[in-house]
Ligand binder design. Structure first.
Ligand code: 5GP
Length: 205
């Protein structure tokens, strides 16, 4: 990236549970080498999940310690567990001119919006409510009560769509990934991202 830019972009990808945020972020990393922030959580690892790769898995006490030390950019209690984004990793990346994606829930997004006015906020939508239900069930990792909890918050979550910049329907993973990649590419070219002093220096006017 040329150094005429002020900072890297913060991209927030959010939406209801089961909409495919995780899969889309994995594809964005794989195909385009995007940098996705690793959240901290108190939930137990699912089969195949690795500490420091999928999440930083913390016990409640360690999470609460970090909370009281003000180490989180945002955090939320989602379905009875804590989830949060550590400030430091995000700030370092952005200040070094690198883009970073946060895959977080809606409560967390509302907190990030207070700090990062120029971030890009993307809301992922399921093609239909029935399809969302199928996807959560297919994942097979939920007990009946955790499924009910996740599914019952969907209509509440959809009401927050208005606080985002873009809505992307995840009807097909490939298409949704391409749409998000295009949004990010377009946003990278905003005039407001250019540092005028650096620009004039670089172009020797
Ligand atoms: P899961 O348990 O399925 O991995 O995630 C449950 C929910 O927590 C998802 O909606 C996911 O986007 C959200 N989530 C994951 N990490 C974070 C985080 O750091 N902050 C917030 N606010 N939500 C998160």
């Amino acid at each position: 990236m040329s150094d005429i830019y002020n900072e890297g972009l913060l991209i927030v990808i959010s939406g209801p549970s089961g909409v495919g945020k995780g899969t889309i972020c994995k594809e964005l990393m794989k195909r385009y080498d995007y940098n996705v922030s690793i959240s901290a959580t108190t939930r137990s690892p699912r089969e195949g999940e690795v500490d420091g790769v999928n999440y930083h898995f913390l016990d409640k006490k360690s999470f609460e310690e970090k909370l009281s030390n003000n180490e989180f950019l945002e955090y939320a209690q989602v379905y009875g567990n804590y989830y949060g984004t550590l400030k430091q990793s995000v700030e370092n990346e952005i200040h070094n001119g690198k883009n970073i994606i946060l895959e977080i829930d809606i409560q967390g997004t509302l907190q990030v919006q207070k700090v990062y006015k120029n971030a890009i906020y993307i809301f992922l939508l399921p093609p239909s409510i029935n399809e969302l239900k199928n996807r959560i069930l297919k994942r097979g990792s939920e007990t009946e009560s955790s499924f009910n909890l996740r599914f019952s918050s969907v209509s509440e979550e959809l009401k927050y769509m208005n606080s985002y910049d873009y809505a992307v329907i995840n009807d097909d993973i490939d298409k949704a990934v391409e749409k998000i990649h295009n949004i990010i590419n377009t946003e990278m070219n905003r005039i407001s991202r250019i540092n005028l002093d650096k620009f004039l220096e670089e172009y020797s006017f």
